[in-house]
Design a protein around this ligand. Structure first.
Ligand code: ZN
Ligand code: ZN
Length: 395
């Protein structure tokens, strides 16, 4: 008699964090593994998921795991993604349970991401009656290498997804804070490298050869004018030379030298501008010094921008369990952007510290507070249910 469509699901306000989730976080923190080597992490995640009755998808992934929770009613499929790799950093954070793997640390807080997603997954698996559709859980390898998202996509991990939600902890904000919105959040990334070829000679007889060192010095300085003289001051752009090399003894002018670094941008036209000016400066300088240059310019990651409608929808519900903060863009990059080529994406920062003098991501002294878990877990679980509602309304 009543044919009105199903009303939006009633979602709980705050899902409490279990002791198990906190213990999982610290176990992961003690056992960090580098990108594409996360074998014990993958085994640990898989056994926890199975132990909670969650289905593991059989995908050809070397590391990382994709699982799925099917609701009691049919509907769209939403993915939740956490990255699982650590960094080659020697921990110096002073936490009670530091890394036991020498020289490797969860200095980017991916242990928080995994535990938050597991906490949400355990809760969702016990509340399948609230799920009209399917929730897919993507534990992605090798984010720090910028290649893990592509590996998941190639393995079929996003096939059939209608939307995908990602998070990253952010120590600039205190726990209890969610940062999400339609504005660009994270920068596009370029890796560049220049190899200079000259004719080396005796340090006392420079006139018998050509040298790469002066050309290199001139290039490094001139490249700074891409930002200061070519780009619009209203568009954020970074060109950082981070490594220079050439020569190894005091009395030989080397034949080879080179440098590498990164460019970061938010607008495609700036990436094109930077690429064009970079080539002009390097090629013309090399010519002026009578040497040659090989340039590698690898624009490997687009800026991270959430689907505006979906991000707006998720932002509108944050006050149920956390404090919403407006997007403040960062020049750091994220390979989550890769998924945007295949499905609708939305991304949030979750506050993980916010104390005066906090240490940033990738620092050996980075500390992600346990309070992040409550916010991260609640964001994942609520975002999954809200996205399913949102997609159903749009269908
Ligand atoms: Zn990270
Ligand atoms: Zn990182």
């Amino acid at each position: 008699m009543n044919n009105t469509p199903a009303s939006p699901t009633q979602h709980p306000d705050v899902i409490p964090v279990d002791d198990e989730t906190v213990a999982i976080r610290w176990h992961l923190h003690e056992h960090p593994e580098l990108g594409f080597h996360e074998t014990t992490t993958t085994a640990y995640l898989t056994s926890l998921l199975k132990g909670h009755g969650i289905e593991i998808l059989d995908l050809p992934l070397e590391t990382g795991v994709v699982a799925q929770i099917t609701g009691t009613r049919p509907g769209p499929t939403v993915g939740l993604r956490a990255d699982i790799d650590a960094l080659p950093v020697e921990e110096d954070s002073g936490v009670a349970a530091p890394s036991l793997n020498h020289g490797v640390m969860h200095a980017c807080g991916h242990d928080l991401h995994m535990a938050s997603l597991l906490g949400a997954a355990f809760w969702l698996s016990q509340h399948r009656d609230l799920i009209a559709g399917t929730v897919r859980l993507i534990f992605q390898p090798a984010e720090e290498l910028g290649r893990g998202a592509v590996a998941v996509i190639k393995a079929g991990g996003v096939d059939g997804l209608d939307a995908l939600i990602g998070t990253h902890n952010n120590p600039a904000y205190e726990p209890g804070t969610v940062v999400i919105g339609p504005e660009p959040m994270m920068a596009g990334c370029v890796r560049f490298r220049v190899d200079l070829h000259a004719q080396g000679s005796h340090g006392a007889m420079p006139h018998l050869g050509t040298g790469p060192i002066e050309a290199l010095a001139s290039m490094v300085l001139s490249l700074q004018t891409i930002v200061s003289r070519s780009a619009s001051p209203f568009h954020p752009l970074v060109v950082s030379v981070t490594d220079v090399h050439g020569g190894d003894v005091w009395n030989v002018i080397p034949a080879e030298a080179g440098f590498q670094g990164t460019a970061r941008y938010f607008y495609a036209e700036d990436a094109q501008l930077a690429a064009r000016r970079f080539r002009q400066i390097v090629d013309s300088t090399a010519q002026a010094y009578g040497i040659t240059a090989d340039i590698t310019w690898d624009d490997f990651q687009d800026p991270l921008v959430s689907d505006a409608e979906l991000a707006g929808e998720l932002a509108s519900h944050v006050d149920r369990y956390a404090k919403l903060h407006a997007v403040e863009p960062t020049m750091i990059g994220e390979d989550f952007t890769e998924y945007g080529k295949h499905t609708r994406i939305a991304f949030a920062f979750i506050g993980s510290n916010g104390r005066p003098g906090y240490h940033n991501l990738h620092s050996p002294r980075f500390v992600g507070l346990d309070g992040e878990l409550a916010t991260g877990q609640n964001f994942y679980a609520h975002a999954a249910l809200e996205t399913l509602d949102f997609l159903r309304k749009q269908a």
